[in-house]
Ligand binder design. Structure first.
Ligand SMILES: [Zn+2]
Length: 348
């Protein structure tokens, strides 16, 4: 795709929100090499890049398990978080909700409380530098509802320290949504927000179940909704945003699965179709280092599907609107963005 530099420059300047970002997927090859060295393990950038080259969802999961095995101590997590905070500031991200694979920490018998304390300290520093960070505690769906409940209980005491939501990722076809109903009822009763990865490799019914059975307030990916007008209408009516990650969908094979073999390629992404159907959409990177992307490139990928700069501005605005922030803080961020639009002559 030819790079539209004026569009890219316009978007680069915008203050942005990023709502779907897994900390463990932010480690650039150079960072992985440094992290391994801290554990006395020698790796090269090329070796890491080879581990990050995969062709399907399973290959991605294997790579994810490998790279997270290098995260052993609280300071390892804080190290990679600080690295990525620098990157977010470079991209003019002013607000991020970062997902932590607490289900994986528990599986590895780590101490999520100690890890979170180190991350919280790093986030406080970032706030001083103009980047507001909040957190999502996330579970692996195929580990089942009991393990999910363990993580839900761990999330609740950290509400005052910026843990705003509970999420579920992993293999959405492995365990039916209804089995997690009790977990989501629990987290809601404790004032946490509900997030679910759905309609990534599963069909539109998975999106519907996430909303109707689990009370999801935003959906991770949700691209399969495009295959069912009734599901798109449900999302539009209830104002439930999809956190769309175009490059991730391309790299994991989720897009090809949705559109059929041979039809894939960034332009086949349904983000424009969903947007035009009135579904609230936001853009995010998912696992930027593992998918060799960044937030600006996700906006460019969305532009390649036919969205113009005003529509992209609306999507950026939707990112702030969908943030789990107090209303006054959300308004301040939105107003700051609108000032940029006025300065760029893009008021709509
Ligand atoms: Zn994700």
């Amino acid at each position: 795709m030819a790079r539209n530099s004026s569009l890219a420059d316009t978007i680069q300047a915008w203050p942005k929100a990023e709502l779907h970002l897994h900390l463990e997927g932010t480690m650039q090859p150079e960072t992985v090499v440094e992290l391994a060295a801290r554990h006395g393990q020698r790796l090269t950038v090329e070796e890491v890049a080879a581990r990050y080259a995969y062709r399907d969802f399973n290959g991605f999961i294997q790579s994810y398990i490998w790279v997270t095995s290098l995260l052993r101590r609280p300071e390892d997590y804080a190290f990679i978080a600080r690295r990525h905070f620098e990157e977010l500031r470079r991209l003019n991200v002013v607000y991020a909700e970062i997902t932590l694979s607490v289900g994986v920490m528990v599986w590895r018998e780590q101490d999520p409380g100690a890890i979170f304390a180190a991350l919280h300290a790093a986030a406080e520093e970032a706030a001083q530098a103009g980047l507001r960070v909040q957190w999502v505690f996330d579970v692996v769906r195929q580990f089942g509802p009991e393990k999910a409940m363990d993580v839900a209980r761990l999330a609740v005491p950290h509400r005052e320290e910026g843990v705003v939501a509970f999420g579920m990722g992993g293999d959405e076809l492995a365990v039916p949504a209804e089995e997690f109903r009790g977990v989501y009822d629990f987290i809601r009763s404790h004032g946490l927000h509900s997030l679910v990865h759905a309609g990534e490799i599963g069909g539109p019914d998975e999106v519907r179940r996430a909303v109707e059975l689990l009370g999801a307030e935003r959906i991770g990916h949700g691209i399969a909704a495009v295959a069912d007008p009734a599901v798109m209408a449900l999302l539009a009516e209830r104002r439930i945003p999809l956190e769309i990650c175009p490059t991730s969908n391309l790299r994991t094979g989720a897009l090809e699965r949705l559109r059929g073999e041979g039809s894939a390629g960034a332009r086949a992404h349904p983000v424009a179709e969903l947007f035009r159907a009135g579904v609230p959409v936001t853009l995010a990177t998912d696992d930027p280092a593992m998918f060799q992307t960044d937030l600006d490139r996700e906006y460019e990928a969305a532009a390649a599907t036919g969205l113009d700069v005003r529509q992209l501005a609306r999507i950026n605005e939707a990112g702030f609107e969908a943030a789990f922030l107090p209303a006054t803080e959300r308004e301040i961020l939105l107003e700051r963005f609108r000032e940029f639009l006025r300065a760029q002559g893009l008021v709509y």
